[in-house]
Design a protein around this ligand. Structure first.
Ligand SMILES: [Zn+2]
Length: 186
């Protein structure tokens, strides 16, 4: 079994422009991210964004929450349809009093990262570069997702402190996740 992970502490900055999404659409997309209320709605927006920017789509993923060691945001088990998010990280971010936009931006970038892995894109560098392109093109450059795409803990310095060194045995399966095969109609 091989794990592909979001690891904290990297910082890469690259520029590119794949598609032209207008600044008016950036505002609409930012508003959509503000309005998502759960994992499923956030993931639907991720799927829409990846479809709009990279013309890639797939369905049928499952989401699991699990407490994991510090420094690990999420993982995808290669060849499976499972994305696992670090529950501890989500709780810390929720409890730090950051804005809804910042919390939703974290969720968006971490789900998008694992979603791209689920297409069989294995190289971390490639996925990180795609996430930078995705956030820049979909939301515009001056949006919190851009910072998180470069460094997932940039907005949440608390995550640099060690808060756990083990994987929990408890897995919480998120119900009502990725049940629809529908995509937003553009
Ligand atoms: Zn990864």
């Amino acid at each position: 079994m091989k794990f592909y992970t979001v690891k904290f502490g990297y910082d890469i900055s690259r520029n590119s422009n794949k598609v032209a999404i207008s600044s008016r659409e950036h505002i609409i997309n930012r508003d959509r991210l503000l309005e998502v209320e759960n994992y499923d709605q956030t993931f639907e927006l991720v799927k829409y964004a990846v479809s709009a920017v990279f013309d890639m789509r797939r369905a049928g993923l499952s989401l699991i929450l699990q407490g994991m060691p510090s420094g690990l945001g999420a993982y995808h088990i290669l060849g499976s349809n499972v994305i696992v998010l670090n529950r501890f990280v989500l709780e810390i971010i929720k409890n730090t009093g950051r804005s809804i936009e910042e919390y939703n931006s974290y969720l968006f970038t971490v789900l998008a990262h694992e979603y791209l892995h689920s297409f069989g894109i294995l190289e971390e560098y490639t996925v990180r570069k795609m996430i930078l392109d995705l956030c820049k093109n979909f939301f515009g450059e001056d949006h919190p997702t851009n910072l998180l795409a470069k460094d997932p803990v940039s907005l949440f310095p608390q995550l640099r402190h060690k808060f756990s060194d083990k994987f929990e045995n408890r897995f919480e399966i998120v119900k009502e996740f990725d049940k629809s095969n529908q995509y937003y109609i553009q």
